[in-house]
Write a protein that binds this ligand. Structure first.
Ligand code: MN
Length: 230
């Protein structure tokens, strides 16, 4: 096929223990999946979580120290540490009991957010894209396969900025488990290999500025280190 303009590049992530890479398709993100984060955002924790999306070009390989630019048009750039699920098989209308069969592996990721733009959009009932879906807004570490680490339902999730802990929680506090999130999502959209699911952040979100270094950890997965440029 001959394209009239250059085709967009494929964004990919490293996979632990192999030279192969994971080609990123779509990025689905769960909003408000930890009750304490729902409260800090001024929400009602009785409201169920929901999904929004980022484009593939949001993905940044953070398998070794990654550098991201401080994005334009914000003065409140926030970190959100999240468990990332990498999808390896197609799936539609999945049952909670079998939904994990489509999972290829897991990684540590950051749902970086222009909080000022997100909240302004939220308050006017407008879409979140400018706050959430900008290029480079999803640094993700190396993917560990299910064969390597199994499925993650509990374990510490932490984020430090310049060595000081900002976010510290446990995966077991997710309102929707990974299986529940996949089952719900697969009723609306056929899951495809290459899709990523960002499963929501615990409490403690806050701003970073140029020069800050973020360290993200989830028990059992490779750590990530992401520095914020000017
Ligand atoms: Mn998030």
């Amino acid at each position: 096929m001959k394209y009239a303009v250059p085709a967009a590049p494929t964004h990919s992530l490293r996979i632990n223990g192999t030279g192969e890479h994971f080609p990123v398709n779509r990025i689905f993100c769960v909003g408000r999946n930890y009750a304490a984060h729902v409260r800090e955002m001024g929400g009602d924790e009785r409201d169920p979580p929901f999904f929004f999306m980022k484009p593939a070009c949001a993905a940044v390989d953070a398998s070794s120290t990654a550098h991201i630019a401080y994005p334009p048009m914000t003065s409140n750039f926030h970190h959100e540490i999240e468990l990332v699920v990498a999808i390896g098989k197609a799936g539609t209308n999945l049952d909670v009991e079998t939904a994990l069969d489509v999972v290829f592996g897991y990684a540590v990721g950051l749902d970086m957010t222009r909080r000022d733009l997100q909240l302004a959009a939220r308050d006017k009932g407008r879409p979140w894209e400018f706050g959430k879906a900008f290029t480079g807004s999803a640094p993700v570490g190396a993917i560990s396969t299910v064969a390597q680490v199994g499925h993650l339902a509990a374990g510490a999730i932490t984020l430090s900025v310049n060595g000081a802990i900002r976010q510290s929680s446990d995966l077991k506090l997710m309102i929707w488990s990974v299986a529940e999130a996949l089952a719900y999502l697969s009723r609306y959209e056929a899951l495809q290999p290459g899709d990523l699911i960002m499963t929501g952040t615990p409490e403690g979100v806050g701003p970073v500025v140029a020069g800050d270094v973020m360290d993200g950890q989830i028990a059992g997965l490779d750590d990530i280190r992401v520095s914020v440029g000017g």
